[in-house]
Design a protein around this ligand. Structure first.
Ligand code: PHE
Length: 447
């Protein structure tokens, strides 16, 4: 899964989901974590965050590692590239109301139901999200606040914050990243919309030519105009959306030579028509945002029956990695002075690499009790034990015994700290704990 917007695009259940629930055995110890602003405690029957109690149930799968990120708020740290980018985008979208302090602990109503995401949609699974319990989750996207934003009375707004998704582990995936949501709505009057759109487009001409922009998307039955909308209103709304995003990209990437950007059709339950924007970088197309015309049922929930709007949701790490040339997503979290002191508020500067601390590599192999296997759950157990010391987990062997049909997997785990040298003894101990936890969680037979 990609860092930015892909979670909700999936329309088909993902195969290979393990049926074994993650019972979080490794959290059984009672622990108290406190930090400057966020304290949390895992008790037998509840998880407590800043004094608020969340009763545990069979959905609970938040971990100390992930909760320890709640108070970092990289989008609010002035010298962090995530915050620098947020500021640059906010200044581009002049006049938009900005929400930057909404709590990442939301209800499943906010994260899913408000956005018309069906009850059986695969994006709700435990293996993709961090649940406190069946009703409370760490937001998986800033769209969880669309309705709140619509109800705030602002007709154009931006919402930035940390979002949480269980995922694989490598240089571009981290269980926490940052998104910015943008939403604008208009009076549902075609002539008025067209005039306003024209004025906005003229005041913000696309005049840089370092960017090759390809958009051959057309409105068609597979990516349709909503039944309640008229073509003559949707067309200028879509034009405004596309112009707003293209001009934002041009502003951000003004100094980037030869950038290629393309629009493709997409699907989200809360917009139609919907699109994604991708940027070609180092030989691959990176998805940077999802967007579309807001479903009218959502506008209705906010009492805005006679308005029509567009929305986008964008991953900030992706943009920052391209703009600042940052090679590893974990670097954003580094407290190493060689990272922290490199950046200046308001400026995009290329990252000056400094020597990394040496890695320590360990393999783990095991026989599965059955042939299904869920890699996200496996990675989460490793993260639970090793925290941020784990940089990369990659499968190096997947073997099914020809006679017994038993399946054996071998994974290579790369441990490295961003701020210090790790010792082999320390990693051996962690690896031993990883082995024990993996064995307990998944009933595998270690080899
Ligand atoms: N919230 C979506 C995601 O993270 C992105 C999105 C936002 C799409 C707003 C459309 C409109 O996958």
């Amino acid at each position: 899964m990609l860092v930015s917007a892909s979670l909700l695009r999936r329309t088909h259940p993902v195969v290979c989901r393990s049926s074994a629930p993650v019972s979080l055995l490794y959290l059984a110890r009672r622990q108290w974590y406190s930090s400057s602003t966020t304290g949390f405690e895992f008790k037998d029957k509840e998880v407590v965050v800043d004094g608020v109690k969340y009763p545990k149930d069979e959905w609970t799968n938040v971990t100390p590692t992930v909760l320890s990120k709640l108070d970092r708020k990289l989008h609010l740290q002035p010298r962090n590239p995530i915050c620098i980018i947020r500021h640059l985008i906010e200044s581009h979208f002049n006049g938009y109301k900005c929400f930057n302090n909404l709590s990442p602990i939301v209800t499943t109503q906010q994260n899913f139901d408000d956005l018309l995401i069906p009850a059986d949609h695969p994006s709700r699974t435990k293996s993709d999200n961090y649940y406190f319990n069946k009703d409370t989750v760490l937001r998986a996207h800033t769209s969880a606040h669309q309705l709140e934003g619509l109800r705030s009375g602002a007709d154009k707004f931006l919402i930035s914050g940390d979002v949480y998704r269980r995922d694989e582990i490598d240089a571009s995936h981290f269980p926490v990243f940052h998104q910015m949501e943008g939403l604008v709505y208009f009076d549902n009057d075609p002539a008025k919309i067209a005039a306003q759109v024209q004025a906005d487009i003229e005041s913000n001409a696309l005049n840089s030519n370092n960017i090759k922009l390809v958009d051959d998307t057309v409105i068609k039955p597979s990516n349709p105009i909503q039944e309640r909308h008229m073509e003559e209103t949707v067309k200028p709304v879509a034009a405004h959306l596309k112009h707003s995003i293209n001009s934002m990209i041009r502003t951000l990437f003004a100094d980037e030579p030869n950038l290629e950007v393309r629009w493709i059709d997409a699907y989200f339950p809360f917009t139609s028509p919907s699109w994604e924007v991708e940027i070609y970088y180092k030989g691959e197309w990176l998805e940077v945002l999802g967007c579309g015309v807001v479903q009218q049922a959502l506008m209705d929930k906010a009492g805005l029956h006679n308005k029509i709007g567009w929305a986008f949701g964008m991953g900030l790490e992706r943009l920052a990695m391209v703009l600042f040339g940052i090679p590893d997503i974990r670097l954003f979290w580094s407290q190493d002075e060689r990272f922290v002191n490199q950046f200046t508020p308001g400026q995009i500067q290329k990252f000056q690499p400094f020597s990394k601390y040496p890695p320590c590599i360990k393999d783990i192999s095991f026989w599965l009790p059955e042939n299904t296997w869920n890699e996200n759950n496996f990675c989460e157990v490793i993260r639970g034990v090793a925290g941020d010391l784990v940089e990369n987990v990659k499968i190096i062997d997947d073997f099914t015994h020809p006679k017994t049909k038993r399946r054996s997997l071998c994974y290579r785990i790369l441990y490295r700290s961003m701020d210090r040298s790790v010792t082999n003894e320390e990693i051996n101990e962690i690896q031993e704990n990883v082995r024990t936890s993996v064995q307990k969680e998944f009933s595998v037979e270690l080899r």
